[in-house]
Design a protein around this ligand. Structure first.
Ligand SMILES: [Zn+2]
Length: 65
């Protein structure tokens, strides 16, 4: 990936492609109790089964000159 400032410098952000949630292995939920069929949504992916990485780019003046 090549980073170049365009126009005014500002914060930029981009997302990775969706990836399988490693915590719930893409299921999106966990059993709340071994005996009962109740489930609760995965806290990491909030029940979606997928996660993305949000990468923020913060352009700054070069003050090191
Ligand atoms: Zn998950």
């Amino acid at each position: 990936m090549i980073l170049e400032p365009s126009g005014r410098i500002r914060k930029e952000a981009f997302c990775t492609r969706p990836m399988v949630c490693p915590y719930c292995n893409g299921r999106g939920w966990f059993h709340t109790n071994q005996q009962e069929p109740e489930t609760e949504p995965c806290p990491d992916c909030q029940g979606t089964g997928e996660v993305i990485a949000l990468v923020t780019i913060d352009w700054k003046p070069n003050n090191e000159n």
